[in-house]
Structure formats: C-alpha cells, structure tokens
Design a protein around this ligand. Structure first.
Ligand code: CA
Length: 237
C-alpha cells in the first residue's frame, strides 16, 4: 500500500483529501504544520507528499526546498497544493523542487491522476503495474513472481519481504541503493532496523531466484549497496 503524507493546516481540506485517498487504497498520514510534516518524514519516509504552500510558521515551499538539500529526502515525490493561481508561483514551486502543482480547488479525480503520474515517474514500486526484466516478471496485483523457462512459466517461491525488496529493485533497475535507502523504501524504517537485515534478505532473495537462473540479477556494489542489473540482452526492451 502506498503511503501519502498530507500536509495541510485547513482541516476540512485535509480530511476531504484523506477520505478520497483512503477510498482509493492509499494509506494517509496527516500533518498540519511543517514541523509535524518533518517529524512524520523522520519516522517513516512516505511514497509521496501533498504539501500545502501556505502553512502557519514555516511554509510548504521552504520545507520542499529543505528536503531537496538532504540526501534522505532528495528524491521524495512532492506535489504542492496552493490557493494561488499565478504562473510565477507555479514556477517558484517547481523551482523549489516540487514534482507537480495543484491549484485549489481541485477535483478528487485530478488529484488522483496527478498522484499516479508522479508515482509512475518517481516511485513506480508504489503502483500496481507488473514489471518485466530479463524474462523475470513481478506482478504486484497477484503477488506473483514468474519466469518463463523452456516456454513454461515457473513461479518463484518468495517471502513477503523478499517480494517487496525485489519489487523496489525492479522498479529502479541499474540504480545502486544503499542499505539505509533500502530500509527506508522497503521496510519504511531506517532507525530501528539494523543494516545487516538488508544483507540477510538479499541473500534469501538470491536463493529464491536461483532455481530460475535470475540470482545474478542482484548485484552487490562494494562499499555502496545493491542494484538490480538488466541483463545485456534485455537492454533494448
Ligand atoms: Ca494552508
């Protein structure tokens, strides 16, 4: 389930947005100030943030700017919400690092479409689309991993944590992820879980992929972390 942090001081709007998001299957965390939003992000990194521009105290714009300067939040998908409707504000918001921009009032339909578009671009593992890499197919909707071997689809027996780990790696192929990043994005916790846990589950994931000859897709990058490499013959696809 995708986590969306809604940062909005007007409770009527926050509740309405939360209601629509929950109805569409998102988990919603609410924050009414920049400080509350920062505390929520420090606890668990959300998949996406809906960030109101005008907040009491520190503005949403300042918060977005700060997130972009910090390694842990640099890639955090952010959609700015605002009552302003001037082109110059839109440019300022996007310059501050927002991925998209919504002007109030907006329809729930538009909100959901924008969220899906930003997630597709920046956090595809938060969506339910199936992913194919090198003949290995992961389908979040059915929770199945399969590979066609000698024209027969073979199912990979895989635990829930290894499934989430593989999903994240397949959604961001070729990129190197540190253990801390994987804890944040796969476990949702970078504080209380030891980094060694990642190594344990990577080992289990490779063991699960071994019977379908895909264990070598998961590469260890010494001193940095792990990555899922696209096999050379699938680079074109
Ligand atoms: Ca506001």
């Amino acid at each position: 389930m995708s986590r969306v942090l809604v940062v909005e001081d007007e409770s009527a709007i926050a509740e309405l947005v939360a209601l629509n998001l929950r109805h569409s299957g998102y988990e919603v965390i609410l924050a009414a100030t920049a400080d509350e939003a920062q505390a929520a992000v420090d606890r668990v990194l959300p998949d996406l943030v809906l960030l109101d521009w005008m907040l009491p105290g520190q503005s949403g714009l300042q918060l977005a700017k700060r997130w972009r300067t910090q390694a842990r939040t640099r890639e955090l998908p952010v959609i700015m919400l605002t009552a302003r409707n001037e082109e110059v504000d839109k440019i300022v918001g996007l310059d501050a690092g927002a991925d998209d921009y919504l002007t109030k009032p907006f329809s729930p339909k538009e909100l959901l479409a924008r969220i899906r578009a930003v997630l597709r671009r920046k956090a595809p593992e938060a969506l339910d689309a199936a992913i194919d890499i090198g003949g290995l197919r992961l389908d979040p909707a059915t929770h199945r991993v399969t590979r066609v071997v000698d024209e027969h689809p073979r199912e990979v027996k895989i635990g829930p944590t290894e499934f989430r780990l593989l999903h994240f790696l397949m959604a961001h192929p070729e990129r190197v992820h540190s253990r801390a990043q994987l804890l944040d994005r796969v476990w949702g916790d970078h504080v209380f879980i030891e980094e060694r846990t990642v190594d344990v589950h990577i080992k289990r994931l490779r063991e699960a992929l071994l019977p379908v000859d895909c264990a070598s897709l998961i590469e260890t990058v010494r001193g940095s972390g792990y990555r899922l490499a696209r096999p050379v013959d699938s680079l074109a696809g």
